[in-house]
Write a protein that binds this ligand. Structure first.
Ligand SMILES: Nc1ncnc2c1ncn2[C@@H]1O[C@H](COP(=O)(O)OP(=O)(O)O)[C@@H](O)[C@H]1O
Ligand SMILES: [Mg+2]
Length: 423
């Protein structure tokens, strides 16, 4: 079998790593991949948003299965482009990816199908948004969100009138994220613990992955700005069996059902971001793909052949597959470039990877790295994902942090409190 993974982050490295263990796979390609994936497959230098070119490549190479990591090619319709050519691809169609691609759509959808979420109002113009602020439609803090994709930076929690006007100016008037900010959602602030929940969806039912919790803030103690993710642990200490059943019943099932009703059948990975509130779980947003860095931690625990699962979703046989997971916990700590999530420098040499990898149970998934003449250099904000699995979370963290102690690059930083909350 020939398999293609689309993306170049830690998520895609971990997916490719898991796939590379499948005895069925003979050739593995990544578009564009990163410094680490070149060790397990062939990196192909095509822009992942050039969906026609990507599909042409897959057709020419006779790729048997393609797995898509990031949201933007999905929202642009990469799945439809592949299916037109008769190629197997894992991910939702353009029609179904709207659930992540438009927050306005997602909110109206949830309202229609009575899926618990924060109260909201849609502003179609800056004037309308400004009038919402004047009318004090919600108490502070509340959230103003760009409708479209903004690389995880389009949701702004505002604590005052000034901040609210500034958010509207950035998103709608100055269009910091382009057309993503043409419309915005005003949303009431939900209190609680945030959690991720991922299911494989065959369009009829959702088959849950093991639970996980990610750490979005830059600094220890959940301080500092939001990032693309600084770490993750699996399982989530906040989600027990009863809560899983509750989430399935109130959120996952009605979502998959509703999408079918709307002629937007959702096949692929469905990942609602949730807030566990006093009134139960509520949806913050939907994602239409694997989470990053939760996937890195979760792939460590997956025992079943990932290719079998991918095939099961595509060909509607996933209900017959017994997906097996290790009972041991796992975690992922992200090493980032100094300055991230704002401006940072690239091209710093990375030292110590060989030593770090020698610790038993540790896996290193690359993100923003590149390999040149046998050396590794930083090539992005999130650089490396240091993951481990062990009999206890304490042991996991011990392994990860001792691996990290061998690694260095100029400006390197990371959180030192992943997996350490009291609960
Ligand atoms: N209604 C809300 N109440 C409280 N926090 C929120 C709310 N909506 C979003 N957030 C916070 O903002 C983050 C980003 O919002 P989200 O809707 O996930 O958008 P995106 O991931 O596209 O930036 C969330 O992970 C959460 O921490
Ligand atoms: Mg989010």
């Amino acid at each position: 079998m020939k398999v293609l993974v689309i993306g170049g982050g830690g998520r895609e490295h971990s997916i490719a790593w898991k796939l590379s263990q499948s005895p069925q796979i003979k050739e593995l390609y990544l578009i564009p991949g990163n410094g680490g994936t070149s060790e397990i497959g062939e990196n192909v230098n095509i822009s992942l948003n050039e969906i026609v070119e990507v599909a042409d490549f897959a057709k020419e190479k006779k790729i048997d299965y393609t797995v898509v990591g990031p949201e933007s090619p999905l929202v642009s319709g990469i799945v439809d482009e592949f299916e037109k050519r008769g190629l197997n691809i894992f991910g939702p169609s353009k029609n179904a990816s709207i659930i992540e691609g438009s927050k306005v759509y997602a909110k109206r959808f949830m309202k229609k199908y009575e899926i618990p979420t924060a109260k909201f109002k849609v502003a179609n113009t800056p004037e309308e948004a400004q009038s919402f602020i004047k009318q004090k439609i919600f108490n502070f803090p509340y959230v103003i969100k760009a409708d479209g994709l903004a690389g995880g930076k389009g949701s702004i929690i505002v604590k005052s009138k000034e901040e609210a006007y500034k958010a509207v100016e950035d998103l709608m008037i100055n269009q910091k994220f382009g057309s993503a900010g043409e419309k915005v959602v005003f949303e009431e602030f939900l209190k609680g613990v945030e959690t991720s929940f991922m299911v494989f969806s065959d369009g009829k039912r959702g088959f849950p992955l093991v639970t996980s919790k990610d750490y979005k803030r830059l600094e220890d103690g959940d301080k500092g700005p939001n990032t693309g993710g600084m770490g993750a642990i699996s399982p989530s200490p906040y989600v027990d069996y009863d809560l899983i059943k509750d989430i399935q019943r109130k959120i996952v099932m009605p979502t998959i059902y509703g999408m079918g009703q709307e002629s937007r059948m959702f096949k692929g990975l469905l990942y609602p971001g949730l807030m566990l509130t006093e009134e139960g779980p509520k949806v913050l947003e939907y994602n239409c793909r694997f989470g990053d860095p939760e996937t890195q931690a979760i792939m460590m625990r997956l025992k079943t052949d990932l290719l079998e699962i991918i095939d099961g979703v595509i060909h509607n046989t996933i209900k017959d597959i017994n997906i097996e997971w290790s009972l041991e916990p796992s975690a992922c700590v992200v090493l980032v470039s100094g300055g991230y999530p704002e401006k940072y420098e690239k091209g710093k040499e990375i030292y110590g990877l060989k030593r770090a990898k020698m610790i038993e149970g540790v896996q290193i998934f690359h993100a923003g790295t590149k390999k040149e003449n046998g050396k590794y250099y930083t090539n992005g904000g999130r650089v490396l994902n240091i993951c481990a699995m062990a009999p206890s979370l304490n042991k996991v963290m011990e392994k990860i942090y001792s691996a990290i102690s061998f690694i260095s690059f100029e400006g390197m930083r990371y959180r030192s409190d992943i997996g350490m909350e009291k609960k």
